[in-house]
Design a binder for this molecule. Structure first.
Ligand code: SF4
Ligand code: SF4
Length: 183
């Protein structure tokens, strides 16, 4: 009996008084991911890296928005989103009290604008992503960033068409030479 009491006094209190007292968290504790709308460039890296698909991104080209959504009900707090985010827009916090009676409370959503193509006018890429690419080029010391702006503000289809039209076609020239030009 005395042996046991001695042991108990040596070990001290093994339980905590949570929830009446804040819980002491271990260093590097991974809690609720917190999203910073102002920093997000809608690149989609977090959605691609998220193992349980807790983060999704849906483009609505009619409305010209991409909807970023995080479902805390699916999140496994692995921290992959924080690792891959190039803009520091998502970070794991120490908040772990996420219980809710309402499913909607577990969603974090944001609408980010898409950019219309400078040639055809169709929405094609998140506006902030284009701006981020231009800023990165500027910071990397690329000269003539405005020329790159003209390239990046055109959708891939129009860019391909513009390039194809700019390349002289020897095949077309040969056909013309034989008098075989098509109507
Ligand atoms: S912490 Fe992991 S599971 Fe949760 S949103 Fe980020 S990548 Fe997905
Ligand atoms: S990786 Fe970062 S910047 Fe890209 S969509 Fe996710 S939160 Fe936004």
């Amino acid at each position: 009996m005395f042996k046991l009491l001695k042991k108990v006094l040596q070990v001290g209190e093994a339980t905590s008084r949570y929830p009446w007292q804040p819980l002491e968290l271990a260093p590097g504790f991974r809690g609720k991911p917190v999203y910073d709308f102002d920093r997000c460039i809608a690149c989609g890296a977090c959605a691609t890296a998220c193992p349980p698909n807790a983060i999704t991104m849906d483009q609505n080209r009619e409305r010209g928005v991409v909807t970023w959504k995080l479902d805390y009900g699916r999140c496994i707090f692995c921290g992959r989103c924080e690792e891959v985010c190039p803009a520091g827009a998502i970070r794991l916090s120490t908040d772990f009290e996420l219980a809710s009676l309402v499913r909607e409370d577990l969603y974090c959503t944001a609408d980010l604008g898409l950019m219309p193509c400078a040639a055809c006018g169709r929405y094609f890429a998140p506006r902030r992503q284009v701006e981020y690419a231009l800023t990165s080029l500027r910071q990397a010391g690329f000269a003539d960033v405005d020329r790159w702006r003209r390239v990046l503000e055109v959708c891939p289809q129009c860019r391909r068409r513009e390039r194809a039209l700019a390349v002289p076609s020897p095949a077309l020239g040969a056909r013309k030479g034989k008098g075989g030009e098509r109507a």
